[in-house]
Ligand binder design. Structure first.
Ligand SMILES: [Zn+2]
Length: 173
């Protein structure tokens, strides 16, 4: 009965939160920069333009999956991903499961001059979201091989993070 009511609600309120089927980032902390970046990242994860941009890529390094296949997985992932604090920052962020992203607040979203950059923070969050979606299955289907820039730039997490960063810089609605 409950399910039936939810289906009915979805029918009448297609945009309501209860019907969201995309992946969604959830942050319960008070850091204003993280709050702003999570809000923007969720807007992007709900944007058709974002998935269309991913679908333009026929392939990525270190993956057998096309942009279309990865976009489909991201778009259909009905998963909440919690943003948690990474205590010992070796890297800015780390994701090893489908439901949690750990970020280091000290490095998160900082540009070369050390100032907070919303576009870099959103890039980081979307990059980690790509890993989280990967972990909905086996977790190694569209990742990068190592952490050196030259091993990463054409991999799905890097390319898709950069798409999100560009959307922020262009203030894409
Ligand atoms: Zn990564």
């Amino acid at each position: 009965m409950k399910k039936f009511i939810i289906i009915l609600l979805c029918f009448f309120m297609l945009k309501s939160a209860i019907c969201q089927s995309h992946i969604k980032l959830v942050y319960n902390g008070r850091n204003v920069n993280v709050i702003a970046a999570v809000k923007k990242a969720n807007e992007i994860l709900n944007s058709k333009y974002f998935y269309d941009e991913i679908r333009k890529y026929p392939k990525f390094d270190n993956s057998q999956l096309s942009g279309r296949e990865i976009a489909d997985r991201m778009e259909k992932a009905n998963q909440d991903v919690k943003i948690a604090r990474k205590i010992k920052p070796i890297a800015n962020a780390a994701t090893t499961t489908s439901d949690k992203i750990k970020i280091s607040r000290s490095l998160f979203g900082k540009d070369a001059t050390g100032n907070f950059s919303l576009s870099i923070a959103v890039n980081t969050l979307i990059h980690e979201t790509v890993h989280a979606v990967d972990f909905l299955n086996t977790g190694n289907e569209f990742t990068h091989n190592g952490n050196k820039p030259k091993d990463q730039e054409n991999t799905a997490p890097w390319v898709i993070g950069a798409i999100a960063e560009t959307m922020v810089l262009n203030d894409h609605k």
